[in-house]
Structure formats: structure tokens, C-alpha cells
Design a protein around this ligand. Structure first.
Ligand SMILES: Cc1cc2nc3c(=O)[nH]c(=O)nc-3n(C[C@H](O)[C@H](O)[C@H](O)COP(=O)(O)OP(=O)(O)OC[C@H]3O[C@@H](n4cnc5c(N)ncnc54)[C@H](O)[C@@H]3O)c2cc1C
Length: 292
């Protein structure tokens, strides 16, 4: 049977998937252009996306993640409609989206314009060619960031981080700061990531093993060591994988690139700087309004 929005409730001019910095910036610019029919749908129970777990400073004018979100929310229109704890599980070419939540079950929402601001996810250990057992103690860097900053759970030392991009560097510095023993393994001969995130490595004299990777994990129940490409074995109770991010674009499978679709933030491409996420979010809000 054909879905009708009148029966199902509800029709929005703009539906925004994801309430991170990109989605919130898009909502704000569309609102400022006069659009009053906007729904922001967010999978978690908080606004702000990944910045929620970023305790380090370096966002906007020297703020940490939660402080930066607060400045964004303070400037926000009260009338904005959003739903937390709600996941968009499907988008269809007839301009409908399927939402799932414990509170309302499965619902169909109709929209005129769709802004996808669903962020990205980390590459997991299982995707890497690492031999050996699969013991406890292996996480992604982002998982550990959330464990430390949101839940107050500290990693067991020694910690080894695979990958020296921004998230790997940020986590290495944070673990050294809280007194953990940490080392980095980087397949290239130089550190990745922004220069401002690299100085922590020197400041805390964190050892970096360049031009190599991790080839094997050891340990029965719990991780005990890792082997590097050159055969050296490093004692290791916690391994953090920080080897890259993948834009969350699976919802677009099968719908192509219709003119009602606008992408912004990390689900469009991976951004290193928050300013470019805000810029892209604003642009998505403006182009959605122009098409209404
Ligand atoms: C660990 C880390 C550290 C960083 N540090 C800095 C820094 O120091 N300085 C700086 O300038 N920049 C930094 N950045 C970069 C910048 O902060 C991010 O690129 C930016 O916050 C990404 O915003 P976003 O809205 O695109 O994604 P996110 O913040 O990931 O938001 C996406 C949102 O979409 C939701 N979502 C996903 N799928 C669905 C769905 N199907 N239904 C409903 N909701 C969904 C998610 O729950 C999430 O809340 C960092 C990034 C990371 C990952």
C-alpha cells in the first residue's frame, strides 16, 4: 500500500539526519532563512555528535567539545524541533524516511528536502590484516575517548596506538597526561594529523615506531603484547586502532543523487577542522532552502 503522509503524519520541509555540528549548523542556517518546518533526528540521547566526547581544547576560540556545542546551542532558535533516541533506518526515492525509536516505534516521515549529516565511523580492528588471537583490550581510539571522557574508565597500561592521525595523537597525549604508558605505531615515516596535535608527542616523550605496523596480537583472555612488522614485540594491555574514518553514507544506497539531497560534515567527507564542518552545514541549510 502506498504511504501517505497525511495518515502517517508528518510532512516537513527539511528533514535533517544527525544532530552533530554539521546537522545543527544546517538547521540554524535554514531557520535563519525563514524555514519553520525542520525536523532534526538524532540517534543518541544528546545533541552535538562526536564533540560530546572531545574533552580536549581546540574547538573554535580555544574551547573543548562540550563547551563548543553549548555556544552553538545557546545561539539556537528555541522553536527547533528535534527527536533524540531516534534512528533513521531508511530513505526512499518518494521522499520518505523511516524512523525507529523505542518511544514511537517505526514511523514514516515525508520531506521536501533532506540533509544527511550522519557523521562517520572508525575503521575497526577486524578490518585489518592482523594475525593472532582476539583477546579483550582492543578498542578504536574513539571508543576509548568516550570511555575515558564520558564514563571515566581508564585504559590498562601499557597502551599502544596504531595510527598517528589526529585522533591517535589526541588520545596518545591524553593517556600520557593521565599517567598512562603509551606508544604509537605509524606505517609512514612521519606523524600524520595536524601540527597542533603533534606537539604532545614531543612534550610527553611518547615513543613512536615509524615505518612499521602491527602484524600480530598476543594474549589468551586479555591482550598481553603486539608484534611489529620488524619482528619486535611490545608489551601491550590496551591497543587502540586509529587508522581512519568512513563516512556514514549507507542510507543513500539505491537512491542515487536526487536534487533534494544535501550532504554535509563528516558523512560528506572527513574534516579535520570544525570550521569547515560549520561552513558545509550552513551551505547545506542554504541550498535546501533555495530548493523549497
Ligand atoms: C575524535 C575527534 C577529535 C576531533 N578533534 C577536533 C579538534 O580538536 N578541533 C577541531 O576543529 N575539530 C576536531 N575534530 C573534527 C570535528 O570536530 C568533526 O569533524 C565534527 O565534529 C564532525 O561533525 P559532524 O556533524 O559531521 O559529525 P558527528 O559529530 O559525528 O555527528 C553525526 C551525528 O549523526 C548521528 N547519526 C548518525 N547516523 C544516524 C541515523 N541513521 N539516524 C539518526 N542519527 C544518526 C550520530 O549519532 C551523530 O550524533 C575531531 C573529530 C574527531 C572524530
Amino acid at each position: 500500500m502506498e504511504k501517505t503522509c497525511v495518515e502517517q503524519k508528518k510532512q516537513y520541509d527539511i528533514l535533517i539526519i544527525g544532530a552533530g555540528v554539521a546537522g545543527l549548523s544546517a538547521a540554524k542556517s535554514a531557520y535563519e532563512l525563514g524555514c519553520r518546518s525542520i525536523l532534526v533526528v538524532e540517534h543518541t540521547n544528546y545533541l552535538g555528535g562526536i564533540l560530546h566526547q572531545c574533552a580536549h581544547y581546540g574547538f573554535g576560540d580555544g574551547l573543548n567539545g562540550p563547551e563548543y556545542i553549548q555556544t552553538l546551542l545557546d545561539a539556537f532558535p528555541n522553536e527547533l524541533e528535534y527527536r533524540l533516541n531516534t534512528t533513521v533506518i531508511g530513505i526512499h526515492a518518494d521522499k520518505t524516511a523511516v524512523l525507529s525509536s523505542a518511544e514511537y516505534g517505526v514511523q514514516t516521515i515525508c520531506f521536501s528536502q533532506l540533509i544527511l549529516a550522519a557523521g562517520c565511523r572508525e575503521i575497526q580492528a577486524g578490518a585489518l590484516d592482523i594475525a593472532g588471537t582476539r583477546p579483550m583490550g582492543v578498542y578504536t581510539a574513539g571508543q576509548m575517548q568516550e570511555m575515558i571522557n564520558v564514563y571515566g574508565i581508564l585504559p590498562q597500561s601499557p597502551v599502544v596506538i596504531l595510527g598517528s592521525g589526529d585522533i591517535g595523537l589526541i588520545m596518545a597525549k591524553q593517556i600520557a597526561e593521565i599517567g598512562g604508558e603509551v606508544a604509537l605505531v605509524e606505517q609512514n615515516s612521519v606523524l600524520g594529523g595536524l601540527e597542533r596535535n603533534q606537539w604532545g608527542i614531543e612534550q610527553y616523550a611518547i615513543p613512536v615506531y615509524f615505518d612499521t605496523t602491527i602484524t600480530e596480537l598476543h594474549g589468551e583472555k586479555h591482550l598481553s603484547a603486539v608484534t611489529l612488522g620488524n619482528g619486535a614485540e611490545l608489551p601491550c594491555k590496551t591497543l587502540l586502532i586509529a587508522v581512519g574514518l568512513i563516512p556514514n553514507q549507507e542510507l543513500l544506497d539505491g537512491i542515487g543523487h536526487p536534487d533534494w539531497l544535501h550532504l554535509c560534515g563528516n558523512c560528506n567527507r572527513i574534516h579535520a577542522m570544525i570550521e569547515s564542518v560549520v561552513y558545509e552545514g550552513k551551505k547545506a541549510g542554504i541550498s535546501a532552502c533555495e530548493k523549497l
